[in-house]
Design a binder for this molecule. Sequence first.
Ligand code: XIL
Length: 329
Amino acid sequence: MGVLGVVTALASTTPAGAAASTLGAAAAQSGRYFGTAIAAGHMNDSTYVATWDREFNAVTPENEMKWDATEPNRGQFTFGGADQIVSHAQSHGMKIRGHTLVWHAQIPSWLNNLSTSDLRTAMVNHINGVMGHYKGKIYAWDVVNEAFADGGSVGSLRSSIWTQKLGNGFIEEAFRAARAADPNAKLCYNDYNIDDANANKTRGVYNMVKDFKARGVPIDCVGLQSHFGNPPSNYQQNIAQFAALGVDVQITELDVGGSGSTQADAYRRVVEACTAVPRCAGITVWGITDKYSWRSGDTPLLFDGNFNKKAAYTSVLNALNAATPNPTP
Ligand code: XIL
């Protein structure tokens, strides 16, 4: 290694005990990643891209891998926006989360009037088409998104074309197809309002994961979207209970409405909960700047509309730096 190489190597690693100065580097010290959702449509904003590159070492395309974007017409796959994000991420050595293969929302209308067997064929073909295109490039896929019902009894699923035509077994079918399509990607079930350890919706997902593990249905991770105002007091216990089933937990779409020290405190508790559990593999915030957030009225992110670091940024950075190293799952 030449002198330049030595300097680069030293600059890119943080000595044990020293504080890192970016979110990604701070997370890496305990073997984790810190990612953000990215929208291809904002990649012409140079401050947006510079902040992404500086602070984050993982990415989730915000909308570009969804069904309506990737297969707007049956059998015709389009990957323009998603490819833009993926190639940028790859050239910067970032982990990529694929989001999402089977969901009730942001789906094209051609799915609506298919027969049961035709819908099943379409689902498997979509999983093969999208996962095949990105085979070997994706760290983890959200195979099924938001399948469980809000406010129902334990285990009740949301009514959708999937439950109506394929029945509750569609989740298992999707995971089996996904494992075959890219055996090296981690396969996640992703949902919101499964943050409270004892909520009915959480219990339903917990029971499903336990059942999948018992029967050998492939599943590797649970994604806690974590769109909230406050993490529940048993959030860490919840992460730990999923991890104890033998899956990773990923915080996949974190954003916390609020401002100032209240918001900073909520973010700190999320990071502390994740870093306390060895199988909590990483955290993704659902965007960089409040101005591009899907819930911008709640100013839920770590950078304000001018890309200034908020109090929440500092508390996240400090909490990541305070984490004790965990063995990587
Ligand atoms: C949101 C995007 O942020 C918006 O741009 C889009 O209009 C709607 O979807 N749960 C999910 C994400 O799994 O895909 C959603 O993303 C937010 C809620």
